[in-house]
Design a protein around this ligand. Structure first.
Ligand SMILES: Nc1ncnc2c1ncn2[C@@H]1O[C@H](COP(=O)(O)OP(=O)(O)O)[C@@H](O)[C@H]1O
Ligand SMILES: [Mg+2]
Length: 234
């Protein structure tokens, strides 16, 4: 399949901070879209940064996606909570700027340790009752690890009241991305071709646009959290 990135605007991409930032995509709820979000964020961020995508899920979705890829970025590596420190340390040494960790589906042993190692946690939430109900225990784990969390509503149906309700239910628990990711077959199709939506020649422009806008929001959000933490430490 021929691929192109020309449907994306040419830079400049946000480059808020020098040094390494690490983000875990984590949820207690299986199937919420962790791997899909981790892959799409990592590919989008690769347009402006050196990105390492870490597959910390024994299911190995990201590693399987990356195995037959011909694109050089993002770099993909498998890890588990026992060697994640080593992976992040060597990413720092090798001048990576962003590490995205795709986490296991449930809080397996070592998940708490993994969460303590990253700077930020993002949680995809589908706008359904079971997903929303599961966020409380996700937030509890992330809070216990002392890390900031933000949510992104994933697989959102168009113009649905559920999305508004999900946003209202999540807002008291943490920042919710104003950009939602739609329920689009393009995400699964791209992954089947070992690509992200932004890399498909005949992809879904709406999917590409929402991933781009989500990444830009997230990058700004990271900056706000960093500034707040620095102020608190001063
Ligand atoms: N935004 C989306 N639109 C449509 N399907 C999606 C979307 N996000 C995830 N999916 C699908 O939902 C299923 C679970 O997604 P996945 O990323 O593997 O979740 P997790 O890693 O949390 O288990 C997959 O079949 C995936 O293709
Ligand atoms: Mg997964």
């Amino acid at each position: 399949m021929t691929t192109t990135q020309s449907r994306l605007p040419a830079g400049p991409f946000p480059r808020h901070r020098a040094g390494l930032r690490s983000v875990a995509v984590f949820s207690q709820k299986g199937g919420s879209g962790k791997s899909t979000v981790a892959i799409h964020l990592a590919v989008m961020a690769s347009r402006g940064h050196r990105v390492l995508l870490v597959d910390a899920d024994p299911q190995g979705t990201v590693a399987a996606w990356g195995a037959s890829r011909t694109r050089p970025a993002p770099m993909i590596v498998r890890a588990d909570p026992t060697n994640l420190v080593e992976v992040i340390t060597s990413a720092q040494r090798e001048n990576f700027e962003i590490v995205v960790v795709d986490c296991p589906p449930h809080a397996v042993a070592g998940t708490a340790a993994l969460l303590r190692l990253v700077d930020h946690v993002i949680t995809p939430v589908q706008p359904t009752m079971p997903d929303i109900a599961a966020t409380k225990s996700t937030v509890a784990m992330v809070t216990a690890a002392g890390k900031p969390i933000s949510f992104v509503i994933n697989r959102a149906p168009p113009r649905a009241a559920e999305v508004v309700q999900a946003r209202e239910a999540l807002s008291p628990l943490g920042p919710v991305s104003p950009i939602t990711l739609g329920d689009r077959r393009a995400y699964a199709r791209a992954l089947t071709d070992n690509l992200a939506v932004s890399e498909c020649a005949r992809g879904d422009d709406k999917a590409v646009a929402e991933v781009l806008r989500y990444w830009i929001w997230l990058d700004g959000h990271f900056l706000e959290v960093d500034t707040w933490q620095r102020r608190r430490a001063a």
